[in-house]
Design a binder for this molecule. Structure first.
Ligand SMILES: Cc1cc2nc3c(=O)[nH]c(=O)nc-3n(C[C@H](O)[C@H](O)[C@H](O)COP(=O)(O)OP(=O)(O)OC[C@H]3O[C@@H](n4cnc5c(N)ncnc54)[C@H](O)[C@@H]3O)c2cc1C
Length: 423
């Protein structure tokens, strides 16, 4: 019998596994074949993630964090709204080679005596009073006192079977483009480029995340887009979309390497039940506008480990009441910061004809207004997001509203009013 079994070796699962395995008999199970390859991912890993992994990860490990994240460009067709950390202080965070981060934390788990099983999918879970039984697709079973679901957007059946809700889920696509470091830096000045064009998607951004010899490009698409559609649209964008041609010029890529996957948002109501916790994206804890999912992954992992440590020590039976502390803490730590994503999502991700002009104005605002840039910078580097200053987001909202032409002010004021109420 294991003390704890974690299903899913994404960032949430591996972070939690590396933490809990120090004091509990732990097994981590992953459906993908990591022996063959952990799929490469070049991600943005803001400074505000750091407190949740400060004991596990060395911020200067270049294999995991090849370069600092110093510049973000909130880009429209007309303006570059650039947040450059040099204007204010320390970097905004790091760029992460997330496949190396995952591998490193699995090695940590194993060095603590934990077990990692790859290429194994759990298909059924039976609940008993004093333990759970997990059965994989080969019919083998494991027992555990406690179960952690860190299944991202790929385990909805399992979480439903345990009485949890499932979040809203969208499709996304990304692809890596390669080139030498100099060429990549010539092409793209910013570590992170976040671009909205409703013709690309009404639900999310088109983005570039810049590593050292590779760039990840992709976008978050519509709910019912097929895999073929989203990939062929990405190819058309990379080949023909004028605003980004200079970024991709001369870089190599193979469109058949594009990865398509679901991404969820809008948190479900509860993240715990008797003997079960649910972490990160599986619980829909991804910020609604920026689709920031690594922060919730590492935060949930840290909060779960801190909640469980004393329970292990006192020989708890992990009742729902005891585990509810985890829900409360996750909400306390993350949901104030998440409000700005909710407000922005409401303003921007919709069918209305004003989306493009609003996004143009927002990027103009950032390019012109230092206070707005500073407020965004502060959110990137804030080590205690429970104290995120919501009035800063209101200030940015008010400035944006102030820039609207008079007629748009009249038509959009109800929308702005409602967005402000979300803050
Ligand atoms: C294109 C794109 C770009 C992104 N870029 C960023 C970024 O730059 N910064 C950022 O903060 N966020 C980013 N995100 C969001 C972020 O990557 C995710 O929210 C985060 O990685 C989710 O981590 P997770 O561990 O919760 O879930 P996942 O990474 O999805 O891991 C879940 C794992 O569980 C496994 N699994 C599921 N079911 C089973 C089962 N039954 N048995 C065994 N294993 C199972 C899956 O195989 C999977 O490996 C991006 C998302 C997308 C789609």
């Amino acid at each position: 019998m294991y003390d704890v079994i974690i299903i899913g070796a994404g960032v949430s699962g591996v972070t939690f596994a590396s933490k809990i395995s120090k004091y509990a008999k732990t097994m981590l199970i992953e459906a993908q074949d990591y022996q063959k390859e952990i799929p490469i991912r070049t991600n943005i890993f803001p400074e505000h993630n750091k407190p949740f992994v400060k004991e596990e990860l060395d911020w200067n490990n270049k294999k995991i964090f090849p370069n600092p994240h110093t510049t973000s460009n909130y880009m429209s067709d007309e303006f570059n709204g650039v947040i450059d950390s040099k204007e204010f202080g320390i970097p905004l965070g790091n760029v992460s080679y997330t496949e190396n981060l995952i591998q490193y934390l699995i090695t940590q788990l194993e060095s603590h005596g934990g077990t990692f099983k790859s290429n194994e999918r759990i298909s059924k879970i039976n609940r008993y009073n004093d333990h759970l039984e997990l059965i994989n697709t080969k019919g083998e079973s494991y027992t555990s006192k406690l179960l952690i679901l860190a299944t991202g957007s790929r385990g909805f059946e399992l979480q439903r079977s345990l009485g949890f809700g499932v979040p809203d889920s969208y499709i996304g696509v990304y692809l890596h483009l390669f080139g030498d470091e100099t060429k990549i830096n010539e092409n793209l000045r910013w570590n992170y480029t976040f671009h909205i064009n409703p013709k690309i998607s009404k639900n999310g951004p088109f983005f570039f995340n810049k590593g050292v010899e590779r760039i990840s490009a992709g976008y978050l698409g519509e709910k019912n887009q097929s895999k073929e559609e989203i990939i062929s649209k990405l190819e058309r964008i990379l080949k023909n979309y004028k605003p980004i041609q200079s970024f991709v010029d001369g870089l190599t890529y193979n469109i058949s390497d594009a990865i398509v996957g679901e991404i969820s948002k809008h948190p479900i109501k509860k993240y715990s039940n008797d003997r079960v916790l649910i972490l990160g994206e599986a619980a829909g804890i991804v910020s609604a506008f920026f689709y920031e999912g690594l922060l919730p992954g590492v935060a949930c992992a840290d909060i779960a480990a801190k909640t469980l440590k004393p329970l292990f020590e006192k020989g708890s039976n992990f009742s729902r009441v005891e585990l509810q502390e985890y829900d409360k803490e996750v909400n306390r730590v993350l949901m104030t910061y998440f409000k700005n994503g909710n407000a922005f999502e409401y303003l921007i991700y919709n069918e209305s004809s004003s989306v493009k002009s609003l996004w143009n104005l927002y990027t103009k605002l950032l390019s012109e207004n230092k206070t707005c840039r500073k407020y965004i910078y502060d959110a990137y580097i804030n080590h205690d997001l429970s104290k995120h200053i919501v009035s800063n987001d209101r200030y940015v909202g008010e400035k944006l509203f102030g820039m609207l032409p008079t007629l748009s002010k009249l038509t959009l004021s109800p929308k702005f009013f409602k967005a402000m109420l979300l803050l």
